[in-house]
Design a protein around this ligand. Structure first.
Ligand code: HEC
Length: 159
């Protein structure tokens, strides 16, 4: 036996590697570059369904808010917006959370927060115009995220 230094050195390298990978994983999530220029997030089929179900919920809310705005019903707008606010966060399974890039998560959380702000604006607004403007601004989060990210099944014969 020469010395115990080599195993220590290997341990140190491994530890550094683990820390670096954990750091990268948390920041970047489970992703790959996509042909269309967007970042593809690699998820299981169930996780993809989970995200898309939430998305369809977002679109339904936006549709209902638009109808409420056309009826000058700001009370209904506030109620609908609150239902898509931060209170709905927390249902995301931890393994899915770990696969999402940090920027994606931030944008997602910010979108829920924006719905709460929209509710606040609807409660105090004098005109529907103010609220419509806020909705238009909120939807920059939708379009911004869609421009940057897509979802892909992580492995297997499917897409
Ligand atoms: C944090 C990122 C992010 C935000 C914010 C976001 N989306 Fe999405 N959305 C996605 C991704 C990623 C997809 C999947 C796109 C793909 O794979 O091409 C998607 C898909 C969708 C779909 C398609 C659902 C399906 O069943 O195929 C709808 C509808 C949708 N989003 C609506 C919205 C609306 C409305 C908002 C804003 C209120 C919004 N999204 C905000 C990331 C986001």
């Amino acid at each position: 036996m020469k010395s115990a230094k080599l195993p220590w050195a290997i341990s140190a390298v491994l530890l550094t590697l683990v820390i670096a990978m954990t750091y990268m994983f948390i920041l970047s999530g489970s992703v790959e570059k996509s042909k269309d220029g967007r970042t593809a997030i690699l998820l299981s089929s169930d996780e993809k369904d989970f995200v898309l179900t939430e998305m369809r919920g977002f679109l339904e809310t936006v549709q209902e808010i638009t109808v409420a705005l056309s009826n000058d019903d700001l009370k209904a707008v506030a109620k609908l917006a609150t239902a898509s606010g931060k209170a709905t966060l927390g249902g995301v399974p931890a393994p899915l959370m770990a696969k999402l890039p940090l920027e994606f998560k931030s944008l997602g959380i910010e979108t829920h927060t924006e719905f709460d702000k929209l509710a606040d604006v609807a409660k105090t607004a004098k005109t529907t115009n103010e609220v419509t403007a806020r909705l238009g601004q909120l939807m920059l989060n939708c379009t911004g995220c869609h421009a940057g990210y897509k979802l892909k099944i992580e492995s297997g014969p499917q897409k």
